[in-house]
Design a protein. Sequence first.
Length: 135
Amino acid sequence: MIEWFMNFYGATKTWNKKPIECICKAGEVIFVPNGWWHLVINLEESIAITQNNVNRRNLLNVLDFLQRPNASKLVSGTRDRVNLCEKFKSAFEASFPGTIDQLVKKAEDKKAEEEKLSLWDSVTDSKAGVFKFSF
């Protein structure tokens, strides 16, 4: 954190999108959206509550994260950090059977649809194996 302030914070003055800075006073709360980089400095004794949320929208990203070779070093809050991805999947499947397979299929279908040639591309692409014409 100190390294960031000493070496990089000054550069933010020239950024188009500057960091959001605030001071939370007693009784106030700040919400940091999923995926936002953030840094906190406690100016006095404080209580911090972190809630990492997993839902259908980000579940596959969470599983990808947990499959990283260094995931056991990046995840806190548990002493048993072996096979985090498999343990998480098992616990999730126990509560929401079939959800992971459903989301994987949906993601695969979406990717296939994005890779599919449009009608125009298919009739103008000789490699597509269909009628080709030109003007």
